[in-house]
Design a protein around this ligand. Structure first.
Ligand SMILES: Nc1nc2c(ncn2[C@@H]2O[C@H](COP(=O)(O)OP(=O)(O)O)[C@@H](O)[C@H]2O)c(=O)[nH]1
Ligand SMILES: [Mg+2]
Length: 460
């Protein structure tokens, strides 16, 4: 592995900024127990640096013996801790002033503030988890829906690594005999054995392709997607936003131009995390606040994954068409046409332009709830490209997909080469193993690890 483990002692506040009943500070590294023992006075007078792992009640003291806070201290000895190092957790009251005072005391004792994800990085470097699991820790913290949580839980339990190790192991077996032949060049390549190996490689290739096929869904489940609701004023955008959210978040009014700024909320659409944005109605306006709102709406359109274009079935006219054309000509996004207010007018005439370009057309009434289920179904189907999320394991990180694609290419090279060069087979297999090792972390470079762990929050 291309990454060194630093052996200094680090600390960070692990609970979110703000107030709470409890705030937790974590200290990890060889000096952690000693350092905490020097600022902690246990209620029973025990010296934690002389104790085994355990939980101790007491207080944190400043140099002048003034009490900073009453705390509970958890002492965990290496290797039985999250990072695999000696770890102390200080559970204080959840006030940032208290927590920062404790951190300052620790810094004065020579402890360093942890970088983003540094505790988890240490856990990985100390062999407490592999890279897929370390990344699943982050996904667990940031998951927006139960489905995303369920999938990252499986990866945390090692299900993705098991698959990757299965691929590697089958290749290692082949590599072992190929290398044996290289060592004894007078031997011919045993054709029967190579045939068996080819079958094995074909099978691995098929499994890899299946896993790669989940990466688009995995990405959506992990990161979520932005769906923006647009249309001219008064068509029922805010009403649809509220209906999909199942709460009265946006102001709905019969007066056009009510929504000035855009509103956004996360919703779970059959387990998919969707950031839904309600925008100001798009029209020509000279009123400065509305104008700003309209500019923001256009930005939201540009940053979206999918557009819900809403029209009013009782009032579908040239204005909608002009607006639709400008979206179609300016941005390359999937569009779902929502024909709203169908409680007032069941079957409006839909201009050809819409049916040519939209991925789907759904008739709704935000007022009665009619068609909303169909709208959700269509949305999910477009987002998942017509697939279901039936797998327990999905690839959700871009770098995992890239490494797997490289491994796949190497296996294809192996299978397709004609002159049965053992050197070439060995070379491709080693390359494939290296690429797979980047997923589990065995061959990940310092640079890749830095990129991965820098996306973590401080304290994790
Ligand atoms: N009858 C009926 N009225 C609706 C429907 N959706 C919205 N409205 C009404 O249309 C008006 C404009 O709705 P609003 O959601 O504020 O539209 P927006 O400007 O596009 O956000 C309000 O008076 C809503 O009560 C619907 O499906 N049926
Ligand atoms: Mg509105």
């Amino acid at each position: 592995m291309g990454c060194k483990l630093r052996d200094d002692t680090i600390t960070a506040i692990c609970t979110p900024a703000g107030t709470g009943a409890i705030g937790v500070i974590r200290v990890s590294g060889p000096e952690s127990i000693y350092v905490v023992s020097s600022i902690f006075k246990s209620r029973t007078g025990q010296d934690i640096s002389k104790k085994r792992r355990g939980m101790y009640l007491g207080c944190i003291l400043e140099e002048n013996n003034r009490v900073v806070d009453d705390v509970i201290v958890l002492v965990m000895k290496s290797p039985h801790s999250y990072t695999g190092e000696d770890v102390v957790e200080i559970h204080a009251h959840g006030n940032m002033l208290i927590l920062r005072s404790i951190i300052e005391l620790l810094l004065k004792k020579g402890v360093r503030v942890a970088g983003p994800g540094e505790f988890t990085k240490r856990a990985f470097l100390n062999g407490k988890m592999d890279l897929t699991q370390a990344e699943a820790v982050l996904d667990q913290i940031t998951a927006k829906t139960k489905k995303s949580l369920e999938l990252s839980r499986g990866i945390l339990e090692g299900h993705l690594s098991k698959k990757i190790y299965d691929y590697s192991n089958s290749m290692k077996t082949i590599l072992a005999w190929v290398e044996a032949i290289i060592d004894f060049p007078e031997e011919e390549i045993p054709v029967e054995l190579w045939k068996q190996s080819l079958n094995q490689l074909q099978k691995t290739l098929g499994d890899m392709e299946q896993l790669l096929g989940t990466s688009e869904r995995g990405k959506i489940l992990r990161e979520g997607v932005v769906v923006v609701i647009v249309g001219k004023p008064n068509v029922g955008k805010s009403s649809l936003f509220n209906a999909l959210l199942q709460e009265n978040r946006a102001i709905v009014s019969p007066y056009p131009g009510t929504t000035r700024d855009h509103l956004e909320e996360y919703i779970s659409l059959r387990g998919l995390p969707v950031r839904l944005i309600d925008t100001a109605g798009l029209r020509e306006s000279s009123e400065p606040v509305e104008k700003e709102g309209i500019e923001r709406a256009w930005k939201a359109v540009e940053n979206s994954y999918l557009i819900l274009f809403v029209v009013d079935s009782t009032n579908l006219n040239k204005e909608d068409i002009t607006l639709y054309e400008s979206i179609k000509n300016n941005v390359d996004k999937s569009v779902l046409l929502v024909v709203n207010k169908t409680d007032l007018n069941e079957k409006p005439e839909i201009p050809q332009l819409f049916s040519d370009y939209a991925k789907a057309i759904v008739h709704t009434s935000a007022k009665t709830g009619l068609g909303l289920e169909e709208l959700e179904n269509k949305l999910v189907s477009i987002l998942l490209g017509g697939h279901e999320i039936s797998e327990d394991i999905v690839l959700s990180h871009e770098h995992q997909k890239n490494s797997l694609l490289r491994a796949k290419k190497c296996i294809e090279n192996c299978i397709n080469q004609r002159d049965l060069s053992v050197e070439l087979i060995a070379f491709e297999l080693r390359e494939a193993l290296h690429a797979l090792g980047e997923i589990t972390g065995e061959t990940a470079t310092e640079e890749l690890l830095d990129i991965i762990f820098s996306s973590f929050c401080i304290g994790k």
